[in-house]
Ligand binder design. Structure first.
Ligand code: LMR
Length: 401
């Protein structure tokens, strides 16, 4: 009965890791998936995570019972505070329905299914380009009209602010607009605070519904508050919005699949009804979320000592990425790669969007065993000092071809 099934395409991001694993070369580098590596190229478990896990293991009251459908309530509360700020009116007025979900993807999917069922405008605007998974999550959740708004300007390798505003202006009234809260994936190009104010104005004029994807809070600048500035600007303006949070990158909890989905409403009464409907989405999808990752997050966010240590570890990770950017730029200059490469240091977050063609990506991978996504994105977090020169030579060779 399965004879007719065609081979599915490799995933745009995780498929790169699969290809990397098959490569036998000792020189291979995986800059595909956004996952932090140490200078030695090893995955990193944060010290605060190890400490939190010890506390959990030693807690005699800990068990393996099911969580409720919306997950760990303390986790939900702390996640909302992390995003909106301790003194946010959203939290004070109980205008946030926050539920635990499966990292960024799972949170986005819960949000998208909720929108498909309860929001009348079935148009979603995504930045061009955006994280590959966004393109699939919304249509599969039942929102068929997915459009692009201009975001990246190849000529400047910066933000196409005017294009972005124009496209939002000409979108159907009330469209959902997906905004990367910070460290835009894949470009590493973020609006300035001034530009965020302009975006907010357009969103208000067109009654757009913002859907923030926050996968890098604290990881972009090393500062949790600064990376939440756009979310807080919109929330403090009294807007209704959606927010998907992930702890994959900022707490290094990738495989624990821990995240949160928030719907901001106008009143506590609406919040309670929205939450009841989020439960209707979650129960038949995955019933209830896993305990362990959320328990770790609760320990780290609620213990002042662990929280302070986490902030330091975040700074350490963000700092290493920054230093990789500087070292790669220097190596590109050293090997005499044609063109300007300042965007490598100007972009922020986990990725650099090199501005290379698909063909150049193919040369980098097939000839030099450097693995990156087809759009020319490299994970700066996967790079180490000892590999910068090799990478610069591969880029130089590819762009000269
Ligand atoms: C990425 O963009 O590489 C990460 O967000 C991992 C993923 O799930 O795609």
């Amino acid at each position: 009965v399965w004879q007719h099934i065609p081979q599915g395409p490799p995933d745009a991001i995780l498929g790169v890791s699969e290809a990397f694993k098959k490569d036998q070369s000792s020189q291979k580098i995986n800059l595909g998936v956004g996952a932090y590596r140490t200078e030695e190229g090893k995955p990193l478990v944060l010290n605060v995570v190890k400490k939190a896990e010890q506390k959990i293991v030693n807690d005699p009251s800990e068990n393996k019972e099911y969580l409720g459908i919306t997950g760990n309530p303390v986790f939900n509360e702390l996640s909302a505070k992390l995003a909106f700020g301790e003194n946010s009116s959203v939290i004070r007025e109980k205008r946030n329905a926050t539920v635990q979900a499966l990292s960024g993807t799972g949170s986005l999917r819960v949000g998208a299914e909720f929108l498909a069922q309860h929001y009348p405008v079935h148009t979603v605007l995504l930045p061009n380009p955006t994280w590959a998974n966004h393109n699939k999550i919304f249509p599969l959740a039942g929102i068929k009209d997915v459009r692009k708004y201009r975001y990246f300007k190849p000529s400047t390798k910066g933000l196409d602010y005017e294009g972005m505003i124009e496209d939002m202006q000409s979108a159907p009234e009330g469209s959902v607009v997906v905004l990367h809260a910070c460290a835009h994936n894949p470009t590493g190009v973020d609006p300035t605070l001034e530009q965020w104010r302009g975006i907010l104005k357009t969103v208000q004029q067109k009654h757009l519904l913002p859907f923030f994807d926050s996968a890098y809070q604290g990881f972009a600048s090393g500062d949790l508050e600064r990376d939440a500035a756009a979310i807080r600007l919109f929330a403090d303006a009294g807007l209704e919005l959606l927010l998907a949070q992930s702890y994959a990158k900022n707490m290094g909890l990738y495989g624990e699949r821990v995240g949160a989905m928030t719907v901001v409403t106008k009143s506590a009464d609406v919040t309670s009804r929205v939450e009841s409907q989020l439960k209707q989405v979650i129960r038949p999808m995955f019933s209830n979320p896993p305990r362990h990752g959320a328990a770790i997050v609760v320990e780290v966010l609620s213990d002042p000592r662990l929280y302070a240590e986490w902030r330091e570890e975040l700074k350490g990770m963000a700092g290493r990425i920054k230093s990789m950017r500087a070292q790669l730029l220097q190596a590109l200059k050293d090997v005499g790669a044609p063109g300007t490469w300042d965007h490598v240091v100007n972009q922020i977050g986990m990725f650099s969007f090199l501005g290379v063609t698909k063909e150049q990506v193919r040369v980098m991978t097939e000839k030099h065993h450097v693995y990156l996504t087809q759009d020319g994105r490299i994970s700066m977090a996967g790079l180490s000092a000892s590999k910068c020169r090799y990478l610069a030579e591969a880029i130089n060779d590819a762009v000269r071809n």
